[in-house]
Design a protein around this ligand. Structure first.
Ligand code: HEM
Length: 398
């Protein structure tokens, strides 16, 4: 609550209110005569040209390594050296290119249906805990070739790293919260360490086996780098993927016309998914640190200053798309930035898109009718718009 009050001063509204209905805040931030500041003092860039400028100058605007993930001797996809990062991306991208698209697609169909088998005959479910989070965990497991039985522990450890204060029921940054996070991180390093050891002797067809076999700068990736990449993949995949599902299904609960399109017009699914990503922008913003004195759109930024590039606001900027305030399921030209841009552009975007399209098809074939439970209080988190809970009635028109 204290955080919400502080944010209200900087951002113009409480964080929880913005996360639930971001478009008014995005419009305000874009229209401001000069970029605003968050309650922590970071500059907030909301116009699409400014966002694109920040993302395209990775030498000047570096993606900060969250201090809890800083590992001295490991190559990391969140490295601050843009040239090294480009080389690492060149090694990683083929592993995520969906060259095995058909196999991944079949595996995703299986995951969606297995999760639905658990509740298809129930009248009421919690979409967040019974579908979106387990789905995100299972997607990561299938990419890395991990057993499905490990998913509940991995989801709990992901929460332990990202939301330790909630689990420890102590303020963020407190000793209890920090030590909770440290334990979760140590457990993840142990876990992936033994998975890597085992995978070296028994390689499979998965991304992790690909990482171990990959040649990078003329040599195999060191184990420490593979370990760190696994950790980053877990943290980068689970929340954004579950947030995307939460945003998409909440939108479809609230907009029966759009849902009817999913059911009746499969040919539209591709453009509809893109429009949902643009409109909902599950990852609202990304942050960077300036390495030197510079400016963005005429606004001075000094070295060491933190800046926030608001992807969601760029996505509803008339400079980026025509009629940005209209949700257009058939939109043809949709250059949205929901997956970011530049050298840190989402590594999992092809998989994530495929997962969203398959989920829409499989879900609506079995459950075309569903609605939010009456009186359900569904709130999004700020930043990455997951919903901790989404009570849903199945077999009911919206
Ligand atoms: C719809 C779901 C998803 C959305 C909206 C999303 C969004 C994003 C965004 C906005 C970034 C840029 C971060 C930045 O610039 O600082 C990003 C980076 C990243 N994403 Fe995703 N993501 C999704 C799913 C996934 C999945 C499923 C995976 C893994 C399989 C993944 C892996 C990554 C990785 C590794 C990065 C870091 C890339 C780098 O720094 O080079 N994402 N994602």
């Amino acid at each position: 609550v204290a955080e919400d009050h502080a944010a209200a001063a900087g951002l113009g509204a409480p964080r929880s209110e913005i996360a639930d209905d971001p478009q008014p805040a995005y419009a305000r931030w874009r229209a401001a005569p000069e970029p605003g500041r968050t309650e922590h003092g970071s500059r907030l860039f909301a116009r699409s040209a400014d966002v694109a400028d920040i993302l395209r100058r990775p030498e000047v605007f570096v993606a900060p390594i969250p201090p809890q993930l800083a590992v001295a001797d490991a190559l990391t996809p969140f490295g601050t050296d843009a040239a090294a990062h480009r080389r690492l991306r060149a090694t990683l991208e083929p592993l995520f290119s969906l060259a095995h698209g058909f196999e991944v697609g079949k595996a995703i169909v299986r995951v969606v249906n297995e999760l639905m088998d658990e509740f298809a005959y129930q009248g009421e479910i919690d979409f967040a805990t019974q579908f979106s989070k387990p789905f995100a965990g299972r997607l990561l497991a299938l990419l890395l070739g991990l057993p499905d039985t490990d998913v509940p522990d991995l989801l709990a450890l992901n929460d332990g790293v990202l939301r330790p204060h909630e689990l420890a029921a102590e303020p963020p940054g407190s000793y209890a919260a920090n030590s909770y996070r440290a334990k979760a991180l140590a457990a993840l390093y142990d876990y992936f360490g033994s998975v890597i050891e085992q995978r070296r002797t028994q390689p499979g067809e998965d991304v992790l086996s690909g990482l171990l076999a990959a040649e990078h700068d003329g040599a195999p990736l060191p184990d420490a780098a593979v370990l760190h990449i696994c950790l980053v993949l877990l943290l980068a995949a689970i929340d954004p993927m579950s947030a995307a599902l939460d945003c998409v299904f909440l939108h479809l609960c609230r907009h029966p016309g759009d849902r009817a399109l999913v059911v009746q017009n499969p040919a539209l699914r591709r453009s509809l998914v893109e429009e949902l990503l643009r409109w909902e922008s599950p990852v609202m913003m990304v942050s960077r640190t300036a390495t030197l004195d510079t400016s963005v759109g005429g606004c001075p930024v000094s070295a060491e200053e933190q800046v926030v590039a608001v992807l969601g606001a760029a996505n509803s900027d008339p400079e980026l798309v025509a009629q940005p305030d209209e949700f257009q399921p058939e939109r043809r030209i949709n250059p949205h930035l929901a997956f970011g841009g530049g050298i840190h552009r989402c590594l999992g975007s092809h998989v994530a898109r495929l997962a969203l399209r398959i989920t829409l098809r499989e879900w609506h074939a079995r459950i075309p009718d569903y609605a939010l439970a009456p009186g359900a209080q569904v709130g999004h988190s700020f930043g990455i718009r997951t919903t901790p809970t989404m009570p849903m009635l199945l077999g009911r028109p919206a």
